[in-house]
Design a protein around this ligand. Structure first.
Ligand SMILES: Cc1cc2nc3c(=O)[nH]c(=O)nc-3n(C[C@H](O)[C@H](O)[C@H](O)COP(=O)(O)O)c2cc1C
Length: 357
């Protein structure tokens, strides 16, 4: 996310940030492999013994109360247009009572373009900062992380791991030595929780283990099946053929969730990557996630083509629909509550599956 020329604050760089937004909203950005939610079926209960109208899906996360266990996934910031989208996302998150994770802050921090206004636009919901793993491993990385948290008054900091995207990006960083140690150093230096995510290629069980071992608060699997940065970056290259075999490389979200949950039963898990509606969110929670996030779907809800003026009301309407779908899933399974979801039955690939909650 971080190594475009845009990060150097050049005018050309801003064009690229806007190009990223418009490419991410286009059909070519969608993964050719599914996230796997269609393989997961929750058991229908013809006798739910609960009242749909009183199902409460509010929760708390990072010390703040939320209307639903959802947040808007890390996307953008740092140019006029990206800032306008971010402002609208912050107002939407506040209005809907869900969290907001911002996109990489490196460009804005390095060009002295503060995003501190986001905190006042979204004062009551969790706000999560964002930096790239390969960037915090560079000189000054720990200081950058402290500044990222301070700039927006973040409740937590996401560190994104995107080796595939960086490898396909023409200007990408491909020396990934020292990233795990840098995550540990940032965890020691920052007072807030450190969360780690991929950007759509997934985090497997072995990697999650290493992250939890260095004290990461939660892992967002950010799996394959939704926005696909390999396809987006390849579309910007003349030699795109080189990457054809890797276009759908990665761990689909459902596989990542199941593998991490089976190996690390008590690790805090976040689900993202190809979550398209509230039923997908319910399935992700059933598989053991405590929070769910959506990036591409929110971008398309707030701005059809990624470049038009943001439409907060439309984004709020979509989020309202997703939260209703989540409540409906809790009703139709007879779960009755978020906590009750752990007790309902279901299958993955037609086989009964007991999620390791
Ligand atoms: C326009 C756009 C920009 C993104 N920028 C970032 C970023 O700066 N940092 C990051 O960690 N992830 C970034 N992502 C990745 C998302 O946070 C998420 O991991 C990925 O898109 C998969 O989720 P989705 O299928 O719901 O879109 C971006 C996604 C989109 C759509």
């Amino acid at each position: 996310m971080d190594s475009d020329p845009e990060d150097k604050g050049t005018p050309k760089a801003g064009d690229r940030k806007n190009a990223h937004l418009s490419l991410a909203a286009a059909p070519l950005a969608q993964s050719g492999r599914a996230a796997g939610f269609a393989r997961v079926q929750l058991d229908h209960s013809a006798l739910p013994e609960c009242d749909l109208g009183s199902i409460d899906i509010s929760t708390s996360w990072l010390g703040k109360k939320l209307a639903a266990p959802l947040f808007i996934g890390s996307m953008t910031g740092g140019t006029d247009h990206a800032d306008a989208i971010n402002d609208a996302l912050a107002e939407t998150a506040e209005a809907c009572g869900i969290g907001l994770a911002v996109g990489s802050q490196r460009a804005s921090l390095e060009s002295g373009r503060s995003q501190s206004r986001l905190r006042s636009l979204a004062p009551s919901v969790p706000l999560v900062g964002n930096l790239g793993g390969v960037q915090i491993a560079a000189d000054g990385g720990v200081d950058l992380a402290r500044r990222a948290v301070e700039d927006i008054g973040a409740d937590a900091l996401f560190i994104h791991l995107n080796p595939l995207q960086e490898a396909v990006q023409p200007e990408g960083e491909t020396d990934w030595r020292g990233v795990l140690a840098a995550i540990e150093a940032v965890r020691d230096a920052c007072a807030c929780p450190i969360l780690v995510k991929e950007v759509g290629a997934g985090i497997n069980a072995a990697t999650a283990r290493r992250l939890f071992d260095v004290g990461v608060h939660a892992v967002d699997v950010a799996g394959l099946g939704g926005t696909n940065w390999t396809r987006i970056e390849a579309a910007r290259r003349a030699d795109a053929d080189l990457f054809t075999p890797f276009l759908d490389w990665g761990v689909p979200t459902v596989d990542a969730l199941m593998a991490v949950r089976a190996t690390i039963p008590d690790g805090r898990l976040i689900a993202s990557g190809g979550v398209m509606n509230g039923l997908d969110a319910a399935k992700a929670l059933w598989l053991g996630a405590e929070m769910v996030s959506m990036a591409g779907a929110v971008l398309r809800a707030i701005s059809d083509d990624g470049i038009g003026s943001p439409d907060r009301e439309r984004a709020c309407a979509h989020i309202g629909q997703w939260t209703e779908q989540l409540r409906l899933a809790l009703f139709l399974t007879g779960a009755g509550s978020l906590a009750g979801l752990a007790k309902v039955g279901g299958t993955v690939d037609g086989h009964p599956y007991q999620a390791g909650h």
